[in-house]
Design a binder for this molecule. Structure first.
Ligand code: ADP
Length: 193
C-alpha cells in the first residue's frame, strides 16, 4: 500500500486550533479551509461541535471524556494527514498532555493557540454560554469552571481580541509557508533565481 503524503497536492498536515469557546477557532478554520482549497489543497475540517454530534456522541466534559474525544479526532486526523489531506481541527482541547500525545502520533502537526481574554469572550458571548457559566449554571465550562492549559510552544499564536479574522488566518498561512506545507504565493525576487 502506498502512503501518499507527498502527492501532487503536497504533504498532509494537521492544523490544530485550540482555545476557549468563542475565541475564534471555527471562524479561522472555515476561512483557512476556503483559502487552502483555492490553493489546490484537499482539506477536511474537524470541528469539535460537529464531532460531538457523531463521532463522539454521548461523551461528556469530564477529563476522561474530553481526552477520549481528542484522541478520536487525533486518530481521524492521522489517517487524513498521512493521505495528503490538510486537516484542520477546531476543538477546545483544554489538556496539554493529550494535545502533545496527538502531536507525536500525527507528526505533521501545526498547533495554533487561538487566544482571547475572558473579558472579551464574555463580551462576545457568541452562544450565550459565558453569562450562564459565570452565574454558576454550567459545570465543567472551560475557562470558567474547568481548566484550560495553554500551549507552551504553539507554532502560531493568534490574539483574536486584537486581530481581524483575516489577520489571524494570515498568520497561520505564513507559518504553513515557512514550514513548507504550502507553496508561498509569491516568492521574493531573491528566492526565485
Ligand atoms: P470558537 O469556534 O472558538 O468557539 P467562533 O469562531 O464560533 O469561536 O466565534 C468567534 C467569534 O469571534 C466570531 O463571532 C468571530 O467573528 C469573532 N472574531 C473576532 N476577531 C476574530 C479573529 N481574529 N479570529 C476569529 N474570530 C474572530
Amino acid at each position: 500500500m502506498t502512503n501518499s503524503n507527498h502527492s501532487a497536492t503536497g504533504r498532509g498536515v494537521t492544523i490544530w486550533l485550540t482555545g476557549l469557546s468563542g475565541a475564534g477557532k471555527s471562524t479561522i478554520a472555515d476561512r483557512l479551509a476556503e483559502y487552502l482549497r483555492r490553493a489546490g489543497k484537499r482539506v477536511e475540517v474537524l470541528d469539535g461541535d460537529v464531532v460531538r454530534t457523531n463521532l463522539s456522541k454521548g461523551l461528556g466534559f469530564s477529563k476522561e471524556d474530553r481526552d477520549t474525544n481528542i484522541r478520536r479526532i487525533g486518530f481521524v486526523g492521522k489517517l487524513l494527514t498521512r493521505n495528503g489531506v490538510t486537516t484542520i481541527v477546531a476543538a477546545i482541547s483544554p489538556y496539554r498532555d493529550v494535545r502533545d500525545e496527538v502531536r507525536r502520533d500525527i507528526g505533521d502537526f501545526v498547533e495554533v493557540y487561538v487566544h482571547c481574554p475572558l473579558e472579551e469572550l464574555s463580551r462576545r458571548d457568541v452562544k450565550g454560554l459565558y453569562a450562564k457559566a459565570m452565574r454558576g449554571e454550567i459545570p465543567n465550562f472551560t475557562g470558567v469552571s474547568d481548566p484550560y492549559e495553554e500551549p507552551l510552544h504553539p507554532e502560531v499564536m493568534v490574539s483574536t481580541d486584537r486581530e481581524t479574522p483575516d489577520e489571524s488566518v494570515g498568520k497561520v498561512i505564513a507559518k504553513l509557508e515557512e514550514l513548507r506545507y504550502l507553496e508561498p504565493k509569491k516568492a521574493p525576487a531573491a528566492a526565485r533565481r
